[in-house]
Design a protein around this ligand. Sequence first.
Ligand code: F6R
Ligand code: MG
Ligand code: MG
Length: 367
Amino acid sequence: MSENKVTLSVIKADIGGYVGHSASHPDIIQQAQEILGQAKAKGLLVDFYVTSCGDDLELIMTHTRGNDCADIHKLAWDTFIECTRRAKELKLYGAGQDILADAFSGNVKGMGPGVAEMTFVERKSEPVVVFCGDKCAPGAWNLPLFRIFADPFNTIGLVIDPSMHDGFRFEVHDVFAGKDMILSCPEEMYDLLVLIGSPENYCIKNVYRKDGEIAATSSTQKLALIAGRYVGKDDPVMMVRCQSGFPAVGEVLEAFVFPHLVSGWMRGSHYGPLMPVAQRDATPSRFDGPPRVIALGFQLDNGWLVGPRDMFDDPGFDRARQEANELADYMRRHGPFEPHRLGLKEMEYTTLPQVLEKLLQREEKKQ
Ligand code: F6R
Ligand code: MG
Ligand code: MG
């Protein structure tokens, strides 16, 4: 990889919750900081920041080794294994939940953790926002990513900034077919919406400027498809480059003022509003939720992570949080009924089929 390129890797896993599925234990964060600190001292990492969103441990790392680097993935894997050991000592809930393989085999994709990585030449000034979600699925980013990069009612830069006026390209991942497709906006906006309007089936994986420059990336791994059974929601991450030819930081954050309904919440089986919160509030408790998202802003300085700024720690998002709480009340009043509970097709990867199968044995054919 060329010398002046930097890679931002965000690799995350739920390796145990404190208490239940609501948060991470401080010992786990400390353990991860120590391991990544050693990797930085050895020169494997340029810099790192460890945090949590709900019960998910988030490793935010910079280095110069490109996407899918086996050494970096092994570092993340080893960190999760070591933190799982500590989680087991503390008898944290669901210790090792997302560790779905016995041994590391070159890349953590397909082994349980979620991964988002992008490599680029750092600009004169490089603002990046890292988003981490809990109690939701990768499709949770579809609506905000569309609004950020394709909706002029959200992003005025698409209209008045000549460097953004050509629009962006969206790489969409077909979750069940395992294939990807590129759609260009604004020309193919309606086609894009055909796909991404079904976020359980299609997830926006990457967004590119028309000159090919990477603008945003997200984790699209689905645990249930890897494990073949319910193992919690995927609690995705994404990162967005901002300013000077990309949407402004404020345009990026504006997409989260609308607390849209996402699948996840209790038992990964319910629709609920995605609430933008400060890091200190990333501890879903009510009905194991409601789903939430944090936004950590960094300025890169030759790969060093200057920050983070806790971007949703702003009274400007109070109304969004209030609306999310009102929507949460409204959705909760449906109890076990759809559309609060996911449709039967989406419940396929929860524990419901076990109950349903037994029940259906009682069905009798009537003439
Ligand atoms: C959501 C989540 C939790 C659990 C719930 C039941 O992603 O992980 O809502 O599904 O707390 O957990 P168990 O089955 O472990 O008791
Ligand atoms: Mg958990
Ligand atoms: Mg989680």
